[in-house]
Structure formats: C-alpha cells, structure tokens
Ligand binder design. Structure first.
Ligand SMILES: [Zn+2]
Length: 65
C-alpha cells in the first residue's frame, strides 16, 4: 500500500485515535501528556510506540493500514 495516496490522512486518523485516550501508564498509572507516540510502518501495519518516563514500560499499539 502506498502512503503517498491517502496514507497521510490514515496516519492522522490513527494518531487522533491514540490521542483521544488517556496517556496514563497501564503499569504504574503515571499520566504523561508530553510524550508522543512514535510511528513506524512496515507496509501493511503501522506500529505506535511510547515509553513511560516513570517506569519505562513500553506501550505498543498496532493497526492495519
Ligand atoms: Zn509507567
């Protein structure tokens, strides 16, 4: 799938979906409003990673493009 056609809006929709939820860590409950999801794509899926600055737990969200 090409990201040059319609891919950007798909990314932005996913990012908006991630941004809607609380950034509270599932492990320690630390709420972090500053950190951003780091996006990485491998063609058919996009992966968002975020690391809790308090306990270091890595949170991963995976979506199909
Ligand atoms: Zn944490």
């Amino acid at each position: 799938m090409s990201l040059s056609h319609g891919g950007r809006s798909a990314f932005e929709r996913l990012r908006a979906r991630l941004g809607e939820g609380s950034h509270a860590c599932e492990e320690c409950g630390f709420v972090d409003d500053a950190s951003e999801w780091e996006a990485a794509t491998s063609g058919a899926t996009v992966e968002y990673r975020r690391e809790c600055p308090s306990c270091g737990t890595e949170h991963v969200r995976r979506y199909r493009l």
